[in-house]
Write a new protein. Sequence first.
Lengths: 207, 162
Amino acid sequence: LELVLESQASRALDDAPADERLMQRVRAGEREALSALFHRHQKPLFNFFLRGCGHTEEAEDLAMETLVRVFQRAEQFRGGSFKAWMYRMALNVLRDKARSSRRRPEVTASSVETTWALLEDGREEQRPEAMAMRAALAATVREAVHSLPERERTALVLREYQQLTYDEIAAALGASLPAVKMLIFRARERVRKRLGEEPAGGREVTR
Amino acid sequence: MTCQKYRASIDAELHGELPAAEMEARQSHTAACPDCAAEALREQQLSSLLRGWADAEAPRLLAERALAQCVFEPRAASRELFRWRWRAAGALIAASAAAGLWLTRPSTQSVSGGPTPEEIAQAHRAVSVLRRVGAHVARAEDHSMSALERVIRLTGSKEIAP
């Protein structure tokens, strides 16, 4: 565990300044720096939206819109955490999308389930039983996360999957630090309760 | 350290966000409090379970397609300098043309030297036209004033102040 924590901490230290340096270079007109930023964040952004909306095409569109907006608004970046700034923009993209379609993004456990089942089918796997176990666990977790209220889910996803700090999540959500801690605390409690009711690996796999 | 304080920062501990000094106090606490030690273990297991929902691969060429929509333009400062140079050049050309017309026009000047009141009025009108071009050509206007001053000095008038 210590090794994992150390590697996470060192990665966080390495990444943040590098992102900011890249943004400085983007603002100076360097296309290579923009390309490096896009390649670094395309996968986390795509997964952020995929975990939020559950639709591959929509997640792809939203991720691309966010990347383009990063470029268009590069002059507005005033330092601090690039990730917090980018995810704030990602949440704005999500809100704009919901507003333009006059509905909230459709997020249902079943849509997420179908999407991820398809994605996992495409992966190479050594043993069928390991695949079934992993799929069952992932399905249970997905359902638990998607059963959360939207704001709690966003905070938890930013924390657990996007690896943002409390400060970064507060900046991205426009919330206070205590509010963010409370959101994450409640989200974890709910997920634990849900997973406790339906232990991982105990679900029947119907695929 | 109280149990409440310990449990409030288990998540921060799992994400490696606590200072080393606090970690020592936490280890002392769990050594004496099996309930908090068990709670920390449950939270750690929860994080492991959550990460069981692995990342999907990004769609092919997502970054490239986003890049294709990004067009770098000359920086704002460069654009402004570029525009200013063109404006200044335009104003200088206008001033030179005015001076050239002045010099080549049929002379109505008296033999004793000095411009006529009509010539002075024309000079003022030329300056006024240049001023209407806009405040951003102030420097160009200085150049045009100098050119007109030279013209009028050649013709012997001191009445150049607008």
